[in-house]
Ligand binder design. Structure first.
Ligand SMILES: [Zn+2]
Length: 348
């Protein structure tokens, strides 16, 4: 390229018979142009690789941004039984895909949130999935961000419970900022008569309730409602998005009806904390180990798969990450969190 430019400059000088001053001007502008184009070429190339897009990205970029760093782990992962207490089943993913995913993962059993609530439909799904799956149902009808309590679903719940087809209620969306199924988020007035009615119904049927509330820690009024329903057990999904171990400790110490699951907040494979930063890592801090062991009677593991097929395909990795996390706890605590609490809470 440099050679071509020089030739062009020489030809121009010869042909136009420029004076010395114009010739120097031409040289200056050509060099500036050359410098500018080279610089912008570098700049754009750098930007592209930084975002991690494009086909020709290098190995270094693939391992860089966009993928969270996982802590080194040398040791033996937790080897015992493990049940998934938080997963969704949707019509977008085939039953076969779920069966395959669980077969390949190291989860032995799972609790699934399902849209169906009628006994007939639940029986049909149960027959396909087999005995290792349990259902959690919601009394709301959900269509994107529209989330409404439906009275007839309460009747269906009674029937399904009688036939031992349901083991929990939820996931109730009280405060959801974003989900693949509801990009606008969901906000529910949990103080309304119908919402309190759902909690009372669940307590009456001895079914634990999963609540998704990203601002749970700020809601003393919700804790007061829970306290007024003595037999109610609440599973605060995703650790309520609470970042501080001290706050989790305080919540669980002062509210014996509250249980929690570790889905999403420990997940480096998908979900909001993949990029935001994990609340509890595979190799947890001393403080988190202390809290997990202290409250080992009321903590569960969960994958939160189901929103789409991509999440379902990552189930094995999520399971393996939990096994690493659990290996840092004393055996008795690891076993409770992995499966014993599940058996007790959902009476299986
Ligand atoms: Zn959730």
């Amino acid at each position: 390229m440099l050679w071509e430019v020089s030739l062009w400059v020489y030809v121009a000088y010869e042909k136009l018979q420029m004076n010395k001053r114009s010739f120097l001007k031409l040289i200056f502008s050509t060099t500036s142009l050359l410098f500018f184009s080279t610089f912008s070429l570098f700049a754009s190339g750098h930007k592209r690789s930084g975002k991690g897009r494009g086909r020709g990205r290098s190995k270094k970029n693939k391992e860089g941004r966009g993928k969270p760093k996982r802590e080194e782990f040398i040791g033996t992962p937790y080897q015992g039984k493990m049940y998934d207490a938080h997963a969704h089943i949707t019509s977008k993913v085939s039953i076969k895909t779920y069966i395959e995913a669980y077969k390949n993962s190291t989860f032995d059993k799972a609790g699934l949130f399902t849209k169906s609530i009628k006994s007939k439909s639940l029986e049909k799904i149960k027959n396909k999935l087999g005995k290792n799956f349990f259902f959690f149902v919601d009394l709301h009808k959900r269509e994107k961000s529209n989330y409404q309590f439906v009275k007839s679903r309460a009747k269906s719940l009674n029937m399904a419970k009688q036939k031992n087809l349901v083991h929990g209620v939820g996931e109730l969306y009280y405060n959801l900022s974003f989900a693949p199924f509801a990009p606008q988020g969901i906000k529910t007035n949990y103080k309304s008569k119908s919402e309190i009615g759902i909690l009372e119904k669940a307590a009456e049927l001895k079914l634990p309730v999963f609540i998704h509330d990203e601002k749970f820690y700020e809601h003393q009024d919700l804790l007061d409602i829970v306290k007024k329903i003595p037999n109610l057990k609440v599973v605060l999904a995703h650790l309520g998005y609470i970042k501080s171990p001290r706050k989790v400790d305080k919540l669980l110490t002062n509210n014996k009806q509250i249980y929690t699951d570790l889905s999403l907040v420990t997940n480096s494979r998908f979900g909001p904390f993949k990029r935001k930063g994990l609340i509890i890592k595979r190799v947890p801090s001393k403080k988190w180990i202390e809290i997990l062991e202290k409250h080992d009677d009321r903590i569960l593991v969960g994958s939160d798969i189901g929103a789409d097929v991509q999440r379902v395909k990552r189930l094995t990795k999520v399971a393996n990450d939990y096994r690493i996390l659990l290996s840092h706890l004393k055996k008795s605590s690891a076993e409770k969190i992995a499966y014993k609490n599940f058996e007790k809470l959902f009476s299986i």
